[in-house]
Design a protein around this ligand. Structure first.
Ligand code: SAH
Ligand code: MG
Length: 198
């Protein structure tokens, strides 16, 4: 695992905690950065930048990596711009302020990282799999959704959470049935899947 002790990184994590920005957990980040190194990933399309934390961690893991990342919340996008600048990663991290639903790109990437609205995973998977290189991967975060996905529905009080959980379960079925990809599920962080294009 890549250990990073930059003051800036600590500050980004602290900001996320204070402002309830749902950045990836340490275990998930460690999994993602190790994956990038092992598989010699050189380009990533990230859906859901938040404040740039995961993009920055991926960029620091591999000095050859280039990332394009999309965020629809303006405040977070601006915060991400600021953070990317602080770490001098502007030449390797391109940030786009847009709803990913309205985004079309011609470029191809080695990895698509889905970490935006959980109910949209299936749509995003379908649309952005067009942007994958041969043998490319799609990684999805939060498949456990804070443990709720493994809980009986009757125990989930919030109607909203129940709806998201239902969508995540549908997405997991979609991945399992998708013949064009081979998907493995990992119990790390908040639950991560890796889908490899066959
Ligand atoms: N990848 C980040 C965390 C992302 S949190 C990290 O680990 O550091 C999820 C983000 O996705 C939120 O900031 C939210 O605003 C954004 N998001 C949700 N739906 C989106 C959409 N349709 N298009 C773009 N961004 C979206
Ligand atoms: Mg996440």
């Amino acid at each position: 695992m890549v250990e990073l002790d930059y003051e800036e990184i600590k500050n980004i994590k602290l900001y996320a905690q204070k402002n309830n920005v749902p950045i990836m957990q340490d275990e998930g980040i460690s999994f993602l950065t190790t994956f990038i190194i092992k598989n010699k990933i050189k380009s990533v399309l990230e859906i859901g930048t938040a404040i740039g934390y995961s993009a920055i961690m991926m960029a620091l893991a591999n000095p050859l990596l280039k990332i394009t990342s999309v965020e629809r919340d303006e405040k977070r996008y601006l915060e991400a711009l600021n953070n990317v600048k602080k770490l001098n990663l502007e030449d390797r991290i391109t940030l786009i302020f847009k709803d990913a639903t309205d985004l079309t790109l011609d470029e191809k990437f080695d990895l698509v990282f889905l970490d935006a609205a959980k109910a949209q995973n299936t749509n995003f998977f379908k649309s952005f799999s067009r942007n994958l290189n041969d043998n490319g991967f799609i990684i999805t975060d939060n498949l456990d959704f804070h443990g709720f996905v493994n809980q009986p529905e009757s125990e989930i009080k919030s109607k909203n959470v129940r709806a998201i959980v239902r969508k995540i379960k549908e997405y997991i079925d979609f991945l399992e049935q998708n013949e064009a990809f081979e998907t493995n599920f990992y119990k790390v962080g908040d639950g991560v899947s890796v889908s490899r294009k066959k």
